[in-house]
Design a protein around this ligand. Structure first.
Ligand code: ASP
Ligand code: MG
Length: 405
């Protein structure tokens, strides 16, 4: 059994729906059981959100979900009827009909469990179930959505619930690359990437897969195949362990440009200060990223951290109030920053990776404003106008433009 998920571009027009349906029909003809998950056509979700905001700038969350879930609800029957026209019996199912039960947090609901009775029943009748991705239903039968890009999560969760052999994510790119191919011409498609690497890459700017889909895949050991719906070449496998020969120190480079920083200058070096500053941000749902606190000198210290630039205004206001409360000297901020990250499990226990990254950036005259690391990632904050150059320099410095030995 294979779960195939088709993204918005892949089903963006009638012609593309026909092409996708032919691929599904071929997979069925090869003897597979196929469960299909679809996204909304093209930019439908964006258009529905814009429409909502044109009648109410702050649409109630429940109503917004009720509206935007319809994007997927349109694609599923179109694919099912296209398949029927090709002589392949198919049945479309909404998230609710497919048994996708979620929490009640609208626009970012979490899948609680899946009762795939209707899917199993359809498969038993040799019908291809075509499921509307991105949507689910609460215990009270309210319609929810899983967050932008959430059809990936529907697909992987279904693959886990049905114990499918694999989950294929069909998209408009050829797979996962060593860097964004629009930024680095020499970027190479990876044959394999590990779940943990994909999660780190997604967290620092690679936008191919919904991170929660990768989390679920890792938890239930569902292999994911990210590939293009526009040709038959294989894409990238996301798995628990990459083959031995593919082990490489740095797997990929990601960039994120929506970054700003805030500095609280001259705070007293005592317990509770960081908590007082960060709590209001947490309450407002603003995530704080790279955090740097200097070693205290003469009882005072500076605290610098990054936020999404789109959150900067709101964050600054909250931080100024909190800074006053803890008696800080002042608050400063800067926009126009970017994050540059290298990711790879191969760097575990390999000395010198950080030094090589910093040297390469130094030789290119790129100043590092902040640094943060995990076991398999190093991130540098740099000026936004240098991020493209930085990605290219690092891609070369870590020999990602060369074929794997
Ligand atoms: N249609 C939804 C979105 O655009 C979900 C998805 O495509 O995965 O975010
Ligand atoms: Mg997507």
């Amino acid at each position: 059994m294979i779960v195939q998920k088709y993204g918005g571009t892949s089903v963006g027009s009638a012609a593309r729906i026909r092409r996708v349906s032919r691929r599904i029909a071929n997979t069925v003809a090869q003897g597979h059981q196929v469960v299909v998950v679809v996204s909304a056509m093209g930019h439908t979700t964006d258009r529905l959100i814009a429409l909502a905001e044109s009648v109410n700038p702050e649409p109630p969350a429940r109503e917004l979900d009720m509206l935007i879930a319809n994007g997927e609800t349109i694609t599923a029957p179109l694919v099912a009827m296209c398949l029927a026209g090709m002589g392949v019996p198919a049945i479309s199912l909404s998230g609710a009909q497919a048994g996708v039960r979620t929490s009640g947090q609208h626009s970012r609901a979490r899948i609680k469990d899946i009762k795939p009775d209707r899917i199993v029943e359809a498969l038993g009748k040799n019908q291809v179930p075509v499921i509307a991705g991105f949507q689910g239903v609460t215990a009270e039968l309210d319609i929810t959505t899983l967050g932008r890009g959430g059809s990936d999560t529907t697909a992987v969760a279904l693959a886990a619930a049905l114990r499918a052999e694999s989950c294929e994510i069909y998209t408009d790119v050829d797979g996962i690359f060593t860097a964004d191919p629009r930024v680095v011409k020499a970027a190479k498609k990876l044959t394999h990437v590990q779940y943990d690497e994909m999660l780190e890459l997604a967290a620092v700017g690679a936008r191919i897969m919904h991170p929660r889909a990768v989390e679920i895949a890792e938890l239930y050991s569902v292999p994911i195949h990210v590939r293009s719906s526009f040709h038959d070449r294989v894409g990238t496998m996301i798995v628990a362990h990459v083959p031995m020969e593919d082990r490489q120190r740095v797997r990929g480079i990601a960039q994120e440009t929506n970054v700003a920083k805030i500095t609280v200058v001259g705070v007293r070096d005592r317990p509770g200060v960081a908590a007082t500053i960060f709590e209001p941000l947490a309450d407002a749902g603003i995530s704080v990223d790279v955090i740097v606190q200097n070693i205290g000198r003469s009882g005072h210290t500076d605290l610098t951290f990054s936020v999404a630039e789109s959150d900067l205004k709101a964050a600054e206001k909250l931080v100024k109030t909190a800074a006053k409360a803890v008696g800080a000297q002042r608050v400063s901020s800067a926009a126009g920053i970017a994050k540059l990250s290298i990711v790879g499990t191969g760097m575990l226990g390999t000395p010198g990776i950080a030094a090589r990254m910093f040297r390469a950036l130094a030789e290119a005259g790129i100043n590092i404003e902040m640094i943060s690391t995990s076991e398999i990632r190093i991130t540098c904050l740099v000026s936004r106008d240098q991020v493209g150059k930085g990605v290219r320099i690092l891609h070369h410095a870590f020999e990602l433009d060369q074929d794997l030995a």
